[in-house]
Write a protein that binds this ligand. Structure first.
Ligand SMILES: *[C@@H]1O[C@H](CO)[C@@H](O)[C@H](O)[C@H]1NC(C)=O
Length: 133
């Protein structure tokens, strides 16, 4: 009987810790994703379409120098985006839970030579390139 009580007490206490941890993690896990058009000025308009299993964002026309951003409401879902620019197109993961969930902000810089990921809006890593039909 004592062993059972100890066991139940153990289960109860560990569940409390688990709940506590989950709440704490969710609190500081809101990520803002920014997609920035750094294509040449006066070039063809850039169109962006993004969605996840839980969210369908509206298609956006983004002018050179402009930023499109949204909050990731469900941090366990991947955000898949497509970009169209003249006769070029690309698709990439704007938000990937294992890669980005601990980041406050995720920045994408879209340039003529590709798609660059950064977390501080100043240092960049190339992740994807344009394709042509
Ligand atoms: C990112 O950096 C660019 C260039 O310095 C700046 O114009 C822009 O406002 C920054 N965006 C954010 C969201 O901090």
């Amino acid at each position: 009987m004592t062993t059972l009580c100890h066991f139940l007490l153990f289960v109860f206490i560990t569940s409390c810790f688990r709940i506590g941890n989950t709440i704490e993690v969710n609190d500081d896990q809101v990520t803002q994703v920014h997609v920035m058009n750094a294509l040449p000025k006066d070039s063809a308009p850039l169109e962006i379409r993004c969605n996840s299993a839980d969210a369908n964002l509206d298609a956006k026309q983004l002018k050179s120098g402009y930023d499109y951003s949204w909050r990731v409401e469900e941090e366990t879902a991947t955000y898949f985006c497509e970009a169209f620019w003249g006769n070029k197109f690309a698709s990439w993961h704007a938000f990937e839970p294992p890669r980005d969930a601990n980041q406050k902000r995720v920045f994408w810089l879209i340039k003529e030579n590709g798609f660059f990921l950064g977390y501080d809006n100043s240092s960049w890593v190339e992740k994807s390139t344009w394709e042509t039909e």
